[in-house]
Design a protein around this ligand. Structure first.
Ligand code: ASP
Length: 292
């Protein structure tokens, strides 16, 4: 029997500005989509492909997540990440995590190794250490943006590039993962939508969603879960649900975008910001990658 369509989307953040050149990011994202497609063809699960893709986005240093993250107003790198497996309903996240190379791997460990969904701050770091996750010896050397300081952006201003991935595998499982350094010059302890299941990340049997933009707005309208609930409870299509949620965010004065896919492998990548770095493998096997 032929397998059902695989599909995926990833994003490198809604903070794209027309004044910048994203040629490298667009090429990088398209390459990651190809690698993810090959993993899915080999039978990897949606969740594993999501995680592997976000790890690559984090470690590339090209986006404001993982290695490319920017520090908070006190000069400290506090990172957020979460993931959700639509097939099992399991989820994990870390908030304001300091000192680890891959926040998404810490989020996965929270899901698989604890009875909890979200660990924050010192407790999250202690847990990540107990799991033997790779630690950052020298933040100034590790982070690619160290010292570059985008400090002209006040807290709450749109950040330059969270990363995320949503996947539908050949067995119809959906998953979502998101990782970020947050918004530029954020206050110490500030946590955005990215590690909050239902706000920045969500997956169930109907849809998988990863958000990017001014997290405070995505938290206030529970953006990611709202997309899935509109589909589940109101019978909206993926396009209708994602457009409605982003219209609410714009109506509140917020800015950003999201990537989402549904159980049939339809993909949506709407944004109400100037741009959103993104790449897609659609259900017909077509790969596209763009920033605007
Ligand atoms: N949503 C992220 C946050 O508010 C930032 C981003 O997507 O660029 O932390």
């Amino acid at each position: 029997m032929p397998k059902s369509p695989i599909a995926l989307a990833l994003h490198g953040g809604a903070g794209a500005r027309r004044s910048r050149d994203y040629t490298n990011e667009i090429r990088h994202m398209a390459g990651l989509v190809e690698a993810a497609r090959d993993r899915l063809a080999r039978g990897d699960t949606a969740l594993d492909v999501c995680i592997a893709t976000v790890v690559e986005l984090e470690v590339s240093g090209l986006y404001v997540a993982g290695r490319g993250a920017s520090p908070n107003a006190a000069g400290v790198y506090e990172l957020d990440a979460s993931l959700m497996d639509g097939a099992s309903g399991r989820a994990g996240g870390v908030a304001a995590l300091e000192g680890f190379e891959s926040p998404i791997l810490a989020a996965r460990a929270v899901m698989t190794e604890t009875p909890h969904v979200l660990l924050a701050g010192a407790g999250a770091a202690r847990f990540a250490r107990s799991q033997g996750l790779a630690e950052i010896a020298d933040p100034a050397a590790w982070f690619t943006r160290a010292g570059k300081g985008e400090a002209n952006h006040p807290p709450g201003t749109l950040a330059h590039g969270t990363v995320g991935c949503v996947v539908r595998d050949a067995d119809g499982r959906l998953a979502a993962a998101t990782s970020t350094g947050g918004v530029f010059n954020k206050l110490p302890g500030r946590v955005g939508d990215t590690p909050i299941i239902g706000a920045g990340t969500f997956a169930d049997a109907h849809a998988a969603i990863s958000c990017t933009g001014q997290g405070e707005y995505f938290m206030r309208n529970l953006a990611a879960a709202q997309v899935a609930m509109r589909m589940r409870l109101a019978g909206e299509t993926l396009d209708q649900a994602t457009a409605a949620v982003l219209a609410e965010i714009a109506g509140l004065g917020g800015d950003g975008g999201l990537i989402a896919l549904d159980a049939d492998g339809n993909v949506a990548t709407p944004f109400v910001s100037e741009g959103m770095k993104r790449a897609v493998l659609d259900r017909d096997g077509q790969i596209t990658s763009a920033a605007f």
